[in-house]
Structure formats: structure tokens, C-alpha cells
Design a protein. Structure first.
Length: 416
């Protein structure tokens, strides 16, 4: 029976290591392949930089340097120095702490390097992935010797330890990492640095706990402590998952609202948002300025040079308006080549200044790209008991006069 349990443990532990490598690669793939990175490249990176490799490198490096220092200070051979370190509780404790610190620092450093090299849209998400896999690996128990103080055999303890590690890896990937990938959109960037503190602190504290349990409770107690820690880790992951789910739901609602109110091509408010704000009289301001815009020659550009050039013209026009948008100035794309801008609670002088700022912004934008944008503008100002519809129609009429005057002067949008 003992031989069967021992075999089951070795199989479960090997299965855990294989699964660990696969899930780590899958996590990186989920983070990066949306940006078009190759699978082979990512797989090689996951093998070279996964926390299992980092763990081995950090502890071997610390052990090697510690052996050199002891051999130099004690004037003994390198092998003897290593034996002394391993047999000394004080030196072993120092090795554990330094190795753990190096492990955490290397995990952080490599995650940042990989994320920046592959141009991840959210670097901190990759860092979080590295840290969580690092924590799980630290909790992965080795083989425990027999201990008569436990009602169950050490083999059963070892098997439970391996299975808890497998459960943690699967839960981390399927319930957390895959959920986080949807939040890497730059529009709703989340500062994940706030979430770096718990796993980092959790990992460092565990090292002390792990060493003290091993020194004063025996190796079997150490493995049991690892199982308990894995349960705590799963609870931590669950809590984190609840937080992320809440954030995700909030962001989904924000994004739905954003898309319903904004023009997809330009990012300005759309006609639906304009009608909604108009129905509320733009908040009943004490004064209002209405600007009507029209992009000259858009149909000619579309018909002769294609809609891609036409879209460039539309976007450049929108950028000139976006340059003067503020808390009191709203920009709208009404459709096609028509735009409206509404400024509230301003003076006539400020309204003219905003128009001048828009003209300056358009002039600067026309220094860039292949399309030269010419726009007609009509401005009307009202205060007190104003009639918005009357102001709008007057601004529209003024805009058409400006458009006609520009055409007569030969000023139209064109390709450079």
C-alpha cells in the first residue's frame, strides 16, 4: 500500500510540474497573442523565464555566493563551506531569506522585461501573473518523511499537497488570468500596482513562516503548513477574482455607455448625445455659444481618392475640435462632414477666443499627414433668455456663407 501511495505521489507531482509549465505558457499566450506575437517565441520565453527556473537560478546563485563567502572567511574548501551553510540554522535562515528576496526581485524584473519586450498593453498584469505563479510554486511541497505525530501517512500528505498545487494552478488560470485579459484594453487601463502589494507581501511572509515551520516543526509539519497556505492562497485568489469581476462589470457598463454616446471614428460625442443634451438645454446655462462646422470637399476626396483618405479628413477635423473641448465646451459629430460645438457659461470674448484656438489647432494639424483640411465655421452667441434653436439656425446660415466664401477663394480640402 505504501509503495502504491508513493507512486501516486510521484505521478501527481510530475503531473503538477507539467501542468504548471502549460498553464504559465497559456497565461502569457492569453496576455500577448492578442497583439500578434508568435506562439513559438512565447513558448520559449515561458520556458526560460517561468518562476520554476527563476527559483532554481536564484537559490543556486545565492548558495554559490554564500559558499564562496564562507570558504573565503573560514579558509576552507567550497564543498565544506556549502555543508556548513546547510547544517547551520542561522546560515540556512539567511540563505532562505536572501534567496526568497532574490526570487521575488528576479520575478519582478523578468516580468517587466518580457512585458516591455513583447509590448504588452498592460505590463502590471504580466507582473501579477509572474508573482502569482511564483507564490504557487513556493507552496508546492516536496516529499515529506514519515512523522508519527500525524494520523495520516506522509504519502497522503504529499499527495494532498500536489493536488492542492494542481487545483491552485487551474483555478488561477481559468478563474483569474482569463478574466483579467479582458481588462487590458487601454481605454479602461487599471493601475494593477495596487494589487502587487498583497502577493508580494504574502510571498515574503511565507518564506519566514516556511523556514520557522521547517526548523521547529519538522518537515512533515512544513508540508502540512504548505497545504494550509495553499488553501489561504486559493481564498486570496477567490477574493481577487470577486474584485476583478466587479471591476469588469463596472467597466463593461462604462464602455457600453461610452459607445452609445461617442462617434466610433472620431471619439467625439455623437448625434444621440447631442439630442440628449439639447433636450436638457445643456444644463440651463446663463450663456451659450453655438459653433456649426462643415468639412469642405469631403465628397470629392471620397470619390476620387477613396474613403480611407476621406476618413483621414474626418478625423483631422474632429481632432481640431477635440483640441478645444473642455468641461464647458462640448464637441459633436452630427454625421458625415457636419460637426457642432457648444460652449456654456462663457462670455462673447471667450467664445471668440475658443474659435481662434480651434483655427490654430487646425492649422497645426494641417502641417501633418497627407490630407489638408479646410472647414467652414459659423458662430452665434446668446445669454440670458436665449432661444437655442434660433442660435443654431443662425450659426448654420453663417457657416454656409463662410463655406461659400472659402470656395470662391479656392480654399478647399485636398491632398498635399
Amino acid at each position: 500500500m505504501d509503495k502504491i501511495l508513493s507512486t501516486v505521489f510521484y505521478i501527481s507531482f510530475c503531473a503538477y510540474l507539467v501542468l504548471y509549465m502549460i498553464m504559465f505558457y497559456s497565461s502569457l499566450k492569453a496576455c500577448f497573442l492578442r497583439t500578434g506575437k508568435g506562439r513559438v517565441r512565447l513558448f520559449l520565453l515561458s520556458l526560460a523565464t517561468n518562476p520554476l527556473v527563476i527559483f532554481c537560478l536564484s537559490y543556486v546563485a545565492v548558495l554559490y555566493l554564500g559558499g564562496l563567502l564562507v570558504s573565503i572567511t573560514e579558509k576552507c574548501g567550497f564543498v565544506s563551506a556549502i555543508d556548513r551553510i546547510m547544517n547551520s540554522s542561522g546560515l540556512s535562515f539567511a540563505l532562505t531569506m536572501v534567496g526568497g528576496l532574490v526570487f521575488v526581485m528576479m520575478s519582478l524584473l523578468l516580468s517587466r522585461i518580457v512585458a516591455n519586450w513583447l509590448k504588452a498593453s498592460n505590463v502590471s498584469l504580466v507582473t501579477f501573473t509572474y508573482l502569482m505563479f511564483a507564490i504557487i510554486f513556493c507552496f508546492s511541497g516536496g516529499r515529506s518523511p514519515e512523522d508519527s505525530s500525524y494520523a495520516v501517512t506522509s504519502d497522503i500528505i504529499n499527495i494532498v499537497s500536489s493536488m492542492s498545487s494542481v487545483a491552485a494552478v487551474l483555478y488561477l488560470y481559468f478563474s483569474v488570468i482569463k478574466g483579467l485579459v479582458g481588462l487590458t484594453d487601454k481605454k479602461h487601463y487599471i493601475n494593477w500596482k495596487l494589487f502587487m502589494i498583497p502577493p508580494s507581501f504574502f510571498l515574503l511572509v511565507y518564506y519566514v513562516f516556511d523556514f520557522l515551520t521547517f526548523m521547529y516543526g519538522g518537515y512533515a509539519a512544513n508540508v502540512v503548513a504548505q497545504i494550509y497556505s495553499m488553501i489561504v492562497l486559493l481564498l486570496f485568489i477567490w477574493t481577487f477574482y470577486v474584485i476583478i469581476t466587479t471591476i469588469n462589470a463596472t467597466n463593461a457598463a462604462i464602455e457600453a455607455t461610452y459607445e452609445s454616446e461617442h462617434d466610433k471614428l472620431t471619439g467625439l460625442y455623437n448625434k444621440g448625445k447631442y439630442m440628449s443634451m439639447k433636450a436638457g438645454n445643456f444644463g440651463n446655462p446663463s450663456s451659450i455659444a453655438v459653433y456649426n462646422f462643415d468639412v469642405n470637399n469631403l465628397k470629392y476626396i471620397n470619390d476620387n481618392f477613396g474613403h480611407e483618405r476621406g476618413d483621414e479628413l474626418i478625423i483631422k477635423a474632429a481632432k481640431s475640435i477635440q483640441a478645444v473641448v473642455s468641461e464647458r465646451v462640448y464637441g459633436f459629430r452630427m454625421g458625415g462632414d457636419e460637426y457642432v460645438m457648444v460652449a456654456v457659461n462663457i462670455t462673447m470674448e471667450e467664445a471668440e477666443e475658443i474659435k481662434g484656438q480651434w483655427e490654430q489647432a487646425l492649422a497645426e494639424l494641417n502641417l501633418e499627414g497627407d490630407v489638408y483640411c479646410v472647414m467652414a465655421c459659423g458662430l452665434q452667441f446668446g445669454e440670458g433668455d436665449f432661444d437655442y434653436d434660433e442660435l443654431y439656425h443662425r450659426a448654420d446660415a453663417e457657416m454656409y456663407l463662410d463655406k461659400k466664401a472659402r470656395k470662391e477663394k479656392g480654399l478647399t480640402s485636398h491632398l498635399k
